[in-house]
Write a new protein. Structure first.
Lengths: 187, 233
């Protein structure tokens, strides 16, 4: 029988932004991310009968796992076909003032004083991280997923999630420290 | 001005680093899905549903062709749906809806004071009566010598169309025989039962036939065989 029309949409479509964000950070390409997310939703529809979780949080985690796998598949195919994945230093980093802030959860006055350059540096540094560090950082710091969910999505033990996260933060700190020092900030 | 922002403390070794976390959550881009992506996804989900339904429907049709006798027997005991699973519900639901209409029509005519518009056993009276009232000419034949007496005909409304209903008498029982043109493929006789009314259905030569009566279905089948044998319009 057809999967219920409305139940799938009701449960899974609200997480479209999170899905796109993760795909975007993993494949680092605007159009590829759209393809990945579309493919992920089709897979999710196919697997929906097997999805037993009823909580909203479980649906997001389940979907992001599918997005992650689809991203990896896409990257593998892209590498095999020899196409280069472009870095995307797109217009979305052109944040001129506070009203252009990305959708964030923190209303912190300090954020308003971040310079555009600084924001660019942080995003570039994350984009330059190796995939598995980038992934754990986005899932934890941006999607604010619990360790258990991250472990399931990345298919690694929880201990590995924690150590990888710690390492990712260190790498990022070092990269940013160097950048900020170069920009003549006091350390 | 950026001093506070720049206190990236590389000496902090703990896993919990709220300042750093805040730095990231405030500055890392959170991409939002563009509207065109949302639209694309909604459309492709619908397309996937349509194509998987079409696929499963063609599988069901094949299954029915090969197994109709089993299904017909099972239908009498009500297990047809569980035999094939939930997909079958789609097909039986449609077939059942039509059967329900036929049964309702038959029951209505059996309690009606006016079940017949044209009362005659003569096919040369009944058949022309439908001309101008229907967009087709139904097959009309009296089988009184075989125990099925044509008593007349009427217009009825089944499957969203005006159809011819012929009324036969078998001993003290009434049989309604419906027919209308169809583009669907020929189908041999299948049996259903609803509300105590037996229904036979078949298709041949571009016509859909339904018989409904409270007589036993093997007697009803006799009329069906007579009608199928006699192609003389």
């Amino acid at each position: 029988m057809k999967p219920p029309v409305h139940r799938f949409e009701a449960i899974v479509l609200p997480h479209l932004d999170a899905a796109y964000n993760l795909a975007r950070w993993l494949v680092r390409d605007e159009h590829a991310a759209e393809d990945v997310v579309q493919e992920a939703y089709l897979r999710a529809l196919r697997y929906f009968d097997a999805f037993r979780g009823s909580e909203i949080g479980e649906a997001r985690s389940w979907l992001l796992g599918i997005v992650r796998n689809t991203s990896y598949t896409w990257l593998k195919n892209a590498k095999r076909s020899g196409s280069t994945v472009e870095f995307d230093d797109g217009a979305e980093l052109d944040i001129a003032d506070a009203s252009d802030l990305p959708i964030g959860r923190v209303e912190n006055p300090e954020a308003i004083f971040s310079s555009k350059a600084e924001r660019n540096e942080i995003n570039s540094a994350i984009r330059a991280l190796p995939m598995s560090f980038r992934e754990v950082l986005i899932l934890r710091e941006i999607e604010e997923m619990p360790y258990e969910s991250i472990a399931k999505i990345m298919q690694i033990p929880i201990g590995t999630v924690m150590s990888r996260l710690s390492r990712a933060r260190s790498l990022l700190r070092v990269a940013l420290e160097a950048t900020f020092r170069a920009s003549s900030y006091e350390s | 001005m950026g001093q506070k922002k720049a206190t990236l403390n590389v000496n902090m070794q703990s896993d919990q680093d709220p300042e750093f976390s805040r730095l990231l959550s405030e500055n890392v881009t959170q991409y939002k899905a563009p509207d065109r992506l949302r639209r694309r996804i909604v459309e492709s989900l619908e397309e996937q549903r349509r194509s998987s339904w079409r696929g499963s429907m063609s599988n069901i049709t094949e299954y029915i062709r090969g197994h109709w006798q089993t299904l017909a027997a099972a239908a009498a005991t009500g297990v047809a749906a569980t035999l094939i699973g939930s997909h079958m519900l789609m097909v039986t639901a449609y077939g059942d809806a039509l059967t329900q209409q036929v049964v309702s029509s038959h029951i209505r005519s059996s309690v009606s004071t006016h079940p017949i518009d044209v009362a005659s056993s003569d096919r040369h009276t009944v058949k022309p009566w439908f001309v101008g009232k229907l967009d087709y000419s139904p097959q009309v034949q009296d089988y009184v010598t075989d125990g099925f007496e044509l008593v007349g005909g009427r217009l009825d409304y089944v499957n969203d169309r005006v159809v011819a209903a012929l009324v036969y008498k078998r001993r003290l029982h009434m049989i309604d025989a419906y027919s209308w043109p169809t583009k669907e493929a020929a189908k041999s006789i299948s049996r259903r039962s609803q509300n105590g009314i037996n229904v036979l259905e078949w298709r041949e030569n571009g016509m859909q036939f339904y018989l409904a009566s409270d007589i036993e279905d093997n007697e009803l089948a006799e009329l069906a065989r007579l009608m199928r044998r006699n192609k003389a319009i």
